[in-house]
Every structure is written in structure tokens, then in C-alpha cells.
Ligand binder design. Structure first.
Ligand SMILES: *Cc1c(COP(=O)(O)O)cnc(C)c1O
Length: 374
């Protein structure tokens, strides 16, 4: 089965991991610092590495102080973790609808969802296309809320010439194998606010405070460390950071290949019947994580099944987050976000990853055309 996404791992990656395994550090060592510095150069903001994209979201919300009584406004067109990690901290998640064309969080829907309890607004750069950050910033600031970007799809993307990582107060990344670069499991939190970043770092490191100037009992002894707020062990090991550094070097190559494959899909499918292709707004330079088409005429499920039967691993991204039984059980009802639901009903992700060959892509296109024309 041709997958919809997969990693690219080279001999250089394997060498980098082997070197880490032969070194003195398996977990927190020099490769963590190096990967964090290199990530900062790409994202434009200091970064803290964590053990997954889900951990990154949990860490970002914890750093922002999100808890019971707070409301977090976010998009339903995302992987469940964008919402679920806020719910786990005791916050109430409020789903606002998406824009009809990009499937990104609609700033005007956010504005309508703001209340006196809104503490965070979380956008997702769906498929790698940055959300409308200038407007989201105004709405979040107006509400006194923290702006968070779930950029699991979008490392390497830019909005109005500014890199993803600098557009929100906190930005989260995922390095799962299907994403734009991988560490197996892994993620990161970026922030230009030193206080938010320190809080993120402490939360990811079991809440431990090692800075003597902040200790309540600084004279306890050289061994002493303190916990001031609860945290978790969300560290990304040195061995995986070695893989991340090696992968990050190829980010421009990955971006160029994904852009070329997307442009080729645009071209080869331009006149296919019953199909709507993804749009790109002028102000964005996306890292193409997904190639999401819309299958018209109520045929999405049929097309999905027939593509899979032909050995082509298409995917659906995503079921609206509040359709998950965990949210249904809390009283969230279908119909809340009509644009997101209409998008979901038609959405299909075609295979897109940097090792996808031109020949494989042509097979995807021919198979899809045959199905659509029959
Ligand atoms: C993949 C993903 C996550 C979660 O990342 P993991 O590394 O799988 O935990 C969160 N949000 C979005 C939008 C994602 O695509």
C-alpha cells in the first residue's frame, strides 16, 4: 500500500543516531541543546524539545497557565490533541468554525466565541497553510488571551514573510513520522516570551527548578532542586535529537519536493470532474504537509474505499474534534461548526511525502481520475 505520508531516513540520519548511541548521553545531553538551537534558527524563536506533538500542546497550555474555569477557543478541523490537552488541564474547549476555503480557524468565528473567560485561542496551520495570524492576533489581544499555534503541519511555512514559530505567543510542532520531519516520536514548543518558555521548560522537566536564584531554600546544599508547580517528564532524548538535527538539514529539500508534488497535483487534476483542489492565499509560503482535495457529489467514502482497494493509502484529515465520543459525552453536539462539517464530509488527503516518486504520483492521479469518471 502506498502510504499517504511517510518518513525520509538517510544513511546520514542513521550515522547521527549511531554516534549518539556511542556517546556518554542517551537522554539529556549536548544533542538536545544543539537541536533546540537549530530549531530556533528555522522557527525564528527559542524552542524547547518535548516527546511528542501532543506533549508540546499540553506543555504550551500548562505554560500559559490554562486550567479549570478557563475557556480555550480552537478549531475542530484538527487532530483531537489540539483540544484534548486543554480539556485534560480542566479548561472548557470552545470550538469555533473554520474558513470555507482553507479549513483554518476563522478569526471572525473566534471573535464571536470570546467570553470573559477566554484565556487562549489555538489555531492550526491545516495542511501546512498558515492561519490568518494578523487578524487572530487582534482578536486574541482584544480578549486578553494567549495566542497559540498548533503548527504540527507547518514547520518551514511562512506568513507575510514571517516564519511559523514567530506568529503566536506559543507555537507547537510534531516530529511524528508522517510530519514534515521526524524524530520517531517528538515535538517542540517555541516562544519569544522568555517567561512562557521557562515555564514550558520546567513543565517538560518534571517541574524541577534548578536556578538557585529562584529557589525557596537556596542554601539546602549543592544537590538541591525544587518543584514549584506540577510537571511531567516530556523530555526528548539525545538519541532522537541527533535524528532531528540530521533531518532538519534537509528541511529545504523536503519543502521543495513537497511544493513540486503539490504543484504537479494541481496541474494533473485541474480538469478532473467532481473534485475541488486546495487553495493557497497570497500572503503564505506553505510547507505542504497534506494535499487535501474535496470529493464532491457525496462520493468521498466510495472514492476512499476504491483508492484503498487499488493500493493507494489515502487518508481523511480530520473528523471534527467534537464528534469524538469523549466530547459528545460532554454534551457537544453535531452541527456546531457547519463549515468544518461540510469540509470533513468531502475531504480526502492524497499521498504526499518527499520520497513519493513522479511515477507513483501519476498512478495516484490516474486511479483517482478513473474512479471520478466512472
Ligand atoms: C500530529 C498532530 C498532533 C499530535 O502530534 P503527535 O506528535 O502525534 O503527538 C497535534 N496536532 C496536529 C494538528 C497534528 O497533526
Amino acid at each position: 500500500m502506498l502510504p499517504y505520508g511517510r518518513q525520509n531516513v538517510t544513511d546520514a540520519d542513521i550515522e547521527a543516531v549511531s554516534a549518539a548511541l556511542r556517546s556518554d548521553w542517551l537522554t539529556t545531553g549536548p544533542r538536545v541543546d544543539a537541536f533546540e538551537r537549530e530549531l530556533a534558527a528555522v522557527t525564528g524563536s527559542p524552542c524547547v524539545t518535548v516527546s511528542s506533538g501532543t506533549a508540546a500542546l499540553h506543555t504550551a497550555y500548562a505554560a500559559a497557565g490554562i486550567g479549570p474555569g478557563d475557556e480555550v477557543v480552537t478549531t475542530p478541523m484538527t487532530f483531537y490533541a489540539t483540544a484534548g490537552t486543554a480539556s485534560m488541564l480542566g479548561a472548557t474547549v470552545v470550538f469555533a468554525d473554520v474558513e470555507e476555503d482553507t479549513a483554518n480557524l476563522d478569526p471572525y468565528a473566534v471573535e464571536a466565541a470570546i467570553t470573559g473567560r477566554t484565556r487562549a485561542v489555538t489555531a492550526v496551520d491545516y495542511a501546512g497553510h498558515p492561519a490568518e495570524y494578523d487578524t487572530l492576533r487582534k482578536v486574541a489581544d482584544g480578549a486578553g488571551a494567549v495566542l497559540i499555534a498548533d503548527a504540527a503541519h507547518a514547520i518551514g511555512s511562512a506568513y507575510r514573510g514571517r516564519p511559523v514559530g514567530t506568529l503566536a505567543d506559543l507555537t507547537t510542532f510534531s516530529f511524528f513520522p508522517t510530519k514534515n520531519l521526524t524524530t520517531g516520536e517528538g515535538g517542540a514548543v517555541a516562544s519569544t516570551d522568555p517567561d512562557l518558555l521557562r515555564r514550558a521548560r520546567e513543565f517538560r522537566t518534571v517541574g524541577l527548578v534548578r536556578d538557585r536564584s529562584r529557589m525557596r531554600h537556596p542554601d539546602e546544599g549543592a544537590w538541591h532542586q525544587e518543584v514549584h508547580e506540577f510537571g511531567l517528564n516530556y523530555r526528548l532524548p539525545d538519541v532522537l535529537c541527533a535524528l532531528g538535527s540530521s533531518q532538519l538539514r534537509r528541511l529545504p529539500v523536503f519543502k521543495a519536493r513537497r511544493a513540486r508534488l503539490s504543484a504537479r497535483y494541481d496541474e494533473l487534476l485541474a480538469d478532473a470532474p467532481g473534485l475541488r483542489l486546495p487553495t493557497t492565499r497570497d500572503q503564505v509560503d506553505p510547507m505542504r504537509h497534506l494535499y487535501p482535495v474535496r470529493i464532491l457529489g457525496g462520493r468521498r467514502r466510495e472514492v476512499f474505499d476504491r483508492m484503498r482497494a487499488a493500493g493507494i493509502g489515502v487518508q481523511v484529515n480530520y473528523i471534527p474534534a467534537y464528534w469524538h465520543p469523549v466530547y459528545a459525552d460532554l454534551g457537544y453536539r453535531r452541527g456546531m461548526c457547519p463549515n468544518a462539517e461540510a469540509f470533513y464530509a468531502e475531504q480526502l488527503s492524497l499521498p504526499l511525502f518527499s520520497d513519493l516518486t513522479d511515477a507513483d504520483q501519476e498512478r495516484v492521479v490516474e486511479t483517482l481520475r478513473t474512479i471520478l469518471e466512472s
